[in-house]
Write a protein that binds this ligand. Structure first.
Ligand code: C2E
Ligand code: CA
Ligand code: CA
Length: 496
């Protein structure tokens, strides 16, 4: 209404209308005074004109309204034509148009642009398994994650079903790295927090755009994206989803195997995860850890094992070792992820993180930084499977470790192998000098224990003492002596 009165045309209508109104009032007054003087039909004509004019106002107004609505709808349909109907991202046609405009402006300024190509790796699997609606949902969530991760000036384009392109017109290398990190963080946050039985796995490729022909540039980049694909087979995707369902259904349980420190009369435990599948029964970690390691699932598994271990540490009042996958350790978010799980727990200073030689050796500087940050929180570190990787004892003193675990392959039949004996006694000596414990893994026989003791190794873990058991089973008749007594044969045999 306000606009209506502001409009110049209506203002002039209003002035004419007021003028006519005044004239008609005067005429009526005049007519009342002297009827004979006025020609009857002339007056009728005058009133007809006034009425027609009055009626024409709403007509003109509706006409103007119709015209503006038409313009609005025209703009809207033009916009809709450029968007993907499912996600409201730009469609392929518009994406190519944006590239073309970019190419023109780049030719003038001799700049280049970054284009990010993205592919949802597990979309076909989700479509086949859960139906197209579930697949559509994943596509919509992906676009939201992309829009959230990139800047407002960047254009998110859906090229086809599971393939996207994000056009970053002005992007320095540093900004590009920040954006890709942001995208990875948002994606892993979604996967970590999403408690539903699906996850999103993306394949991401950055390509520099220098103004090439748009169609062939996009097609070539899509081919490169396919080559960039991680080796996630359909079997891995099936397994990953089964693992996720298993985690959500509480099918994963943490078992604990004792570690015996004979000289100090200490017993600690190592947490070993088990998948109790409702149909397939107990599935060992060697079956599902490698598949989990290549995705966010390892975070979920480590989280549940750590939580169970904190509880076990409190109930058994002893240290619990937790295995850390090398691929998880290498992640930038590793310290933050572990901190988030441990920070509120009082028993966090009873947690030992077992990392492999490979984890420690690659990127040794950041390894040291990561270890120190968690050590400040009260956590200890152990080197697992020693002897299977670099086996360099000299690097060990670089790292703030509390324990070294000699791999089972050196322990089995140790009494018959002089090389293995040498490695064990040498490791024990380095441990004594550097101040960390050395423990033998996979100890199964009395003979192995006797030989290990003769080599100076007094710490053992293996089936000789017990296999890994659920916490409830251990707590039933728990006492340190139950395990330490198994070493009584040493003194008995000596005194015989
Ligand atoms: P690992 O850390 O070297 O764990 C020791 C493995 O040796 C365990 O197998 C344990 O059951 C087995 N073992 C213990 N004593 C003996 C013995 O006397 N003889 C023989 N033959 N084997 C023995 P498990 O539980 O199947 O675990 C295999 C591997 O899976 C582990 O090797 C570890 O690398 C990984 N793993 C287990 N739980 C977790 C976990 O929670 N997180 C991660 N990231 N990895 C885990
Ligand atoms: Ca281990
Ligand atoms: Ca080991």
């Amino acid at each position: 209404m306000k606009n209506f009165f502001k409009d110049k045309i209506y203002q002039s209508y209003l002035s004419v209308f007021s003028l006519l109104l005044i004239v008609s009032i005067c005429l009526i007054a005049f007519y009342q005074c002297d009827k004979q003087l006025i020609e009857k039909h002339a007056l009728r004509h005058f009133f007809n004109t006034v009425i027609t004019f009055l009626f024409s106002i709403p007509l003109v107004s509706s006409f103007r309204k119709l015209r503006s609505e038409h313009l609005y709808l025209k703009n809207k349909s033009k916009k809709i034509e450029s968007l993907d109907l499912l996600t409201s991202a730009y469609n392929r046609k518009e994406g190519l148009k944006i590239l073309e405009d970019l190419s023109k402006s780049m030719k003038q300024s001799e700049r280049s642009a970054s284009i990010c190509f993205i592919d949802i790796l597990n979309l076909t699997y989700i479509n086949n398994k859960s139906g197209l609606q579930a697949g559509d949902n994943i596509v919509k969530i992906t676009v939201n994650i992309l829009k959230d991760s990139f800047r407002n000036s960047d254009k998110v384009v859906r090229l086809e079903g599971n393939k996207f392109m994000v056009i970053l017109p002005d992007c320095s290398l540093a900004a590009k790295n920040t954006l890709i990190k942001k995208l990875e963080n948002k994606l892993s946050l979604f996967n970590k927090l999403n408690k539903k039985n699906y996850f999103i796995e993306l394949n991401i490729l950055y390509v520099e755009y220098k103004g090439e022909e748009k169609e062939s540039f996009v097609n070539n980049s899509i081919n490169r994206l396919a080559l960039n694909k991680k080796n996630t087979s359909i079997n891995d995707s099936v397994m990953q989803e089964e693992i996720l369902v298993g985690i959500n259904n509480n099918e994963f349980k943490t078992f604990f195997q004792p570690k015996i420190f004979s000289k100090d009369k200490k017993v600690q435990f190592e947490a070993l995860v088990r998948w109790i599948h409702p149909e397939k029964g107990m599935i060992p970690p060697s079956f599902f850890i490698p598949v989990s390691e290549t995705s966010f699932l390892i975070h979920r598994i480590t989280e549940l094992v750590l939580k169970d271990s904190l509880e076990a540490a409190k109930k058994l009042n002893t240290c619990i070792s937790v295995n850390i996958s090398p691929l998880f350790f290498e992640k930038e978010s590793f310290v933050r992820d572990i901190k988030n799980i441990l920070v509120d727990s009082e028993s966090r200073n009873l947690i030992i993180l077992e990392i492999t030689e490979r984890s420690a050796m690659t990127h040794s500087l950041s390894t040291l930084e990561k270890m120190n940050k968690l050590i400040n929180l009260g956590v200890k570190f152990s080197i697992d499977d020693f002897g299977t990787g670099y086996s360099s004892l000299s690097y060990l003193e670089k790292f703030p470790i509390s324990e070294l675990k000699i791999d089972r392959s050196f322990i089995t039949n140790v009494e018959k192998s002089s090389i293995n004996s040498l490695i064990i006694s040498f490791s024990v000596k380095v441990g004594e000098l550097s101040g960390f414990e050395v423990i033998a893994e996979g100890v199964e026989t009395k003979e192995e224990i006797e030989k290990l003791i003769s080599l100076g190794c007094h710490n053992f873990q293996g089936y000789y003492f017990d296999k890994a058991q659920p916490l409830e089973v251990i707590l039933k008749d728990y006492s340190k002596d139950k395990y330490l007594k198994k070493l009584d044969f040493i003194n008995t045999e000596k005194s015989d």
